[in-house]
Write a protein that binds this ligand. Structure first.
Ligand code: GTP
Ligand code: MG
Length: 238
């Protein structure tokens, strides 16, 4: 079985090396072949060069260096398409670089995906935990989750989760030009797109740990983009 893991990065030079090390020890046990795609948006801290060094050590890391900060959703669009064209894997995983998502849970996703089209790691199932968020971050998260459920008509317990696994044919069936969001709102718009196509997802509980190194990229601009997406969905404009 072949897996590709797509990781968008912006200023993650502290977190990336240890994440790649953990991915190796976990994913090597479960996949016959696995590749990692890092989509870096000209990180000023030199994450792109750190990724090149990691590839010299591990040999199966493809580093895409873009010229400017084009957004998380835009990075996933490019990374998913590259995964399909270059590697033709059975499963594609998306995850953050900041250790919020535990590579150990990829094995649980593989067990679950056999019954459905895609799996989302949810922070709101029995057995899930969120470690290290302050009250403001919790509030922002519950508001964005509630808005996603209402405006995108999703029934996911955690529609903004960025830790997911897809079967190859699921992503092959996506026309990425129809997903307008290039920022964090992409996560919700993709779920809505898959739901409208009649594809079925399932959820697994996850242990989500707030980043200890580097800085969050979730800011006012992302919140505005998210609100715009909700408005667009409400008006039923794509
Ligand atoms: N290529 C690329 N990656 C990005 C961009 N914005 C964020 N990322 C990456 O996307 C992932 C998620 O970003 P985070 O800053 O961790 O966002 P978050 O998890 O919602 O926020 P925190 O909970 O505060 O960490 C990380 O791996 C980031 O480095 C971007 O514009 N381009
Ligand atoms: Mg994060």
């Amino acid at each position: 079985m072949k897996i590709v893991i797509v990781i968008p990065t912006y200023n993650e030079k502290e977190t990336l090396p240890t994440l790649i090390e953990k991915l190796y020890s976990e994913v090597e046990k479960i996949a016959e072949k696995f590749d990692i795609i890092i989509i870096d948006d000209a990180s000023p801290d030199g994450t792109g060069l750190v990724a090149d060094e990691l590839n010299k050590k591990y040999h199966n890391i493809s580093v895409v260096k873009r010229n400017s900060k084009l957004g998380l959703g835009s990075a996933y669009k490019e990374g998913f398409q590259m995964a399909l064209e270059k590697f033709d894997p059975d499963y594609i995983v998306q995850m953050d670089a900041d250790h919020s998502h535990d590579p150990k849970e990829i094995a649980l996703m593989i067990d679950k995906i056999k019954e459905c089209d895609y799996v989302v790691a949810s922070r709101h199932l029995p057995g899930s935990t969120i470690i290290g968020w302050n009250a403001q971050r919790k509030l922002l998260h519950s508001m964005s989750g509630a808005m996603a459920r209402k405006f995108a008509k999703l029934d996911n317990t955690d529609p903004t989760s960025g830790f997911r696994m897809f079967k190859k044919n699921v992503l092959k069936s996506v026309d990425f030009s129809e997903i307008k969001s290039d920022g964090f709102a992409f996560q919700v718009e993709l779920l809505r797109y898959l739901k409208m196509k009649g594809l079925k997802g399932t959820e697994i509980p996850t242990k989500f740990v707030n980043r200890k190194e580097g800085k969050s990229k979730m800011g006012l601009n992302e919140t505005l983009q998210f609100s715009k997406m909700c408005y667009r969905l409400l008006k039923n404009r794509r």
